[in-house]
Design a protein around this ligand. Structure first.
Ligand code: PLP
Length: 439
């Protein structure tokens, strides 16, 4: 056995060593360029090597990088929480800083449970999620995730939480067709609440647009309004997991803006620091904080690095960069161009069943038969072979699907929001070649 020291995702796979990045490109130590067609893990929203962020990083580091949250607050943390509230739907959020998307959704879950405890209803302690979902890898977050592959080994340790049907119109889990279904998938939440009893349910969690578990699954218009109404009717908090959709990615600062709904709690990660530092957040509306403020006055969660001024200063600089360069608008404009180009490309490639998305969060779903929407068998590995081909040709795309029963093939295309039209052309050309080579 040869020890390599760093435990990598696949132990016997050779990973190139990256040297530096600039804009939408990454360069390895052999001088090979990769176009970052998925912003890493849908994270590097403003692109690589942005000097303004480096300057903000250095400026804060020269003052103080770390203080512990139970001893001090800091100007960057205070300013960032205020900024996030100003940007969010309804503008009345408090923020609890954490370091990863998993911590953000898990903290949202804990805050929802605590909220009901403080209101004298401790029996409301279950969180409903959707069968096709990914909310993170830590045990609480994984308990709320429908991602079978990521759960399988740990099932005995996971909380047994209820799930409902996702709004997956391309392949409706309820066998219905939109719009005649009248959003039966939203009614599935109502049915689950009645079965379990609202007195046992703290919250419902959903990704505004389903990411890794299915590939940019955009719900029908009106779905979230209906979901929010159902939650309100039954005294259930609504948590929007905006870890992938948040901070400009979908052509709105928050994905939920597309649906005109103000979530009670929001989980953020990835794009809020655009990969320049680990940083994530759980945001809670005034009315969620109120009973806690009147009660125990303390959220029972937190991590050593929560709200460290270094990461907060970096996130503030990322938000300033997004505003200065109008990247929310850019995500919408470039997203429309990319979606159209990918749809044109798909016309000539039989194994592409669906091209969907919002802003610069786009996915292609692969099928063995386009008319019947028949999936490839899991062992064929279309997604992984395609991703590998593209990687060799210098294009990065992100895997999706595999959530429900290990089957389903999709890739996410989500380049940095600064991508140019020429770079979009290059991305689409390499992608088309790569897909054709696995057919
Ligand atoms: N929630 C969503 C919607 C995600 O896409 C992810 C990561 O892909 C997470 C939560 C978990 O975030 P992290 O990997 O930063 O823990």
């Amino acid at each position: 056995m040869k020890r390599e020291h760093v435990i990598k995702p696949i132990l016997d796979h050779p990973y190139p060593t990256i040297q530096y990045g600039k804009g939408v490109y990454l360069y390895d130590d052999q001088g090979k360029a990769y176009i970052d067609g998925c912003s890493g893990a849908v994270t590097a929203g403003i692109g690589h090597g942005v000097q303004e962020i480096v300057d903000a990083m250095m400026e804060q580091a020269s003052k103080v990088s770390f203080v512990y949250r139970s001893q001090f607050t800091s100007e960057p943390a205070e300013q960032l929480a205020k900024k996030l509230s100003d940007l969010a739907p309804g503008n009345d959020y408090w923020t609890f800083f954490v370091n990863s998307g998993s911590e953000a959704t898990e903290t949202a879950m804990k805050m929802a449970i605590q909220y009901w405890q403080e209101r004298g209803r401790p029996g409301k302690n279950k969180v409903i999620s959707r069968r096709m979902s990914y909310h993170g890898i830590t045990m609480g977050a994984l308990s709320m995730s429908g991602h079978v592959l990521r759960r399988r080994r740990f099932i005995p340790l996971l909380a047994d939480l209820p799930v409902v049907a996702p709004p997956y119109c391309y392949r409706c889990p309820l066998g219905k067709t939109s719009p005649s279904c009248q959003m039966a998938c939203a009614d599935d939440l109502n049915t689950a609440i009645k079965r379990i009893g609202a007195e046992h349910i703290a919250a419902f969690i959903a990704e505004p647009i389903i990411g890794a578990a299915g590939g940019a699954i955009v719900p029908p218009a009106g779905y979230y309004k209906k979901i929010k109404e159902i939650c309100e009717q039954h005294d259930i908090l609504f948590i929007a997991d905006e870890v992938m959709t948040g901070i400009a990615r979908t052509g709105a600062m928050f994905g939920m803006e597309h649906y005109g709904v103000e979530p009670d709690l929001i989980a953020l990660g990835k794009g809020m620091s655009a990969g320049y530092t680990p940083m994530a957040a759980t945001m809670a509306k005034d009315h969620v904080m109120e009973p806690i403020l009147q009660g125990s006055k303390s959220i029972m969660s937190g991590h050593t690095y929560s709200a460290n001024p270094q990461s907060a200063a970096i996130s503030l600089a990322v938000l300033a960069y997004i505003e200065k360069h109008q990247l929310v608008e850019a995500a919408e404009i470039k997203g429309t161009i990319l979606l159209n180009r990918l749809r044109q490309m798909a016309d000539g490639i039989a194994i592409i069943g669906d091209v969907r998305g919002q802003g610069l969060l786009i996915a292609l779903e692969f099928v063995a038969d386009r008319t019947e929407k028949r999936m490839f068998a899991a062992n064929i590995g279309v997604t992984s072979r395609m991703i590998e081909k593209a990687f060799h040709k210098g294009l990065l795309v992100y895997p999706a699907g595999g959530a429900v029963d290990g089957e389903g093939d999709a890739i996410i295309v989500a380049p940095p929001l600064v991508i140019t039209e020429e770079e979009i052309d290059q991305l689409v050309r390499i992608l088309a070649e790569s897909i054709r080579e696995v057919m």
